[in-house]
Write a protein that binds this ligand. Structure first.
Ligand code: SF4
Length: 185
């Protein structure tokens, strides 16, 4: 398989493009060394999917490896129900529907459709409070679709040498602020 950008990087890139570099540096280190509690909870929420133990129904695909040649992205989907033609991305608790969540869903959607799967509906699901957030498919939401494409193009062209304006508020909450050379914390 050609090299591709992991779908999980979309959200991180929105938070801070430079965090992707640290992700790559720490990619082979035990995740507990650098994940915050929230991130670990999120990972555990996805664990059943990664281990493919969420459902035994043959209609439900879990943790399937997917790839989009068009966008050069790939990763694992969360849950796709082929009978309902429904794609779900679960989060531990959704307090705000961030663009990054929607773009992760879009990325899975584009990968799956490119691979020939039929998807009629997409949604986000907040596990802690059992809330579902139905989303428009990208072709029905031109503003979000354009934002998604612009994000992918920025990710492809980003360089650590690019001019960069540090956001102190983000640095304060960043798990890499002790190792990042431009952190203001
Ligand atoms: S410390 Fe600040 S600049 Fe560095 S990766 Fe984190 S948010 Fe970005």
């Amino acid at each position: 398989m050609e090299s591709y950008m992991p779908i999980s990087y979309l959200n991180d890139f929105i938070f801070c493009p430079r965090s992707i570099y640290f992700h790559q540096c720490f990619g082979r280190v035990n995740k507990r060394l650098y994940h915050t509690t929230d991130q670990t909870d999120g990972l555990n929420a996805h664990k059943t999917v990664d281990n493919q133990t969420y459902s035994t129904s043959k209609d439900v695909l879990q943790g399937l490896e997917v790839f989009s040649e068009k966008y050069g992205i790939g990763g694992k989907i969360d849950i796709y129900d082929s009978r309902k033609k429904l794609l779900t991305e679960r989060k531990k608790k959704i307090k705000v529907v961030y663009d990054g969540y929607v773009f992760q869903l879009y990325a899975q959607y584009f990968c799956l459709t490119e691979m020939g799967y039929n998807i009629e509906n997409i949604h986000l699901y907040s596990m802690d409070d059992n809330k579902t957030y139905p989303m428009e498919k990208p072709e029905n939401d031109s503003e979000m679709f354009n934002k998604f494409e612009s994000l992918i193009s920025k990710m492809k062209s980003f360089s650590m040498e690019d001019e960069f304006e540090t956001n102190p508020n983000k640095c304060r909450h960043c798990i890499y602020n002790t190792i990042c050379d431009v952190s203001v914390c």
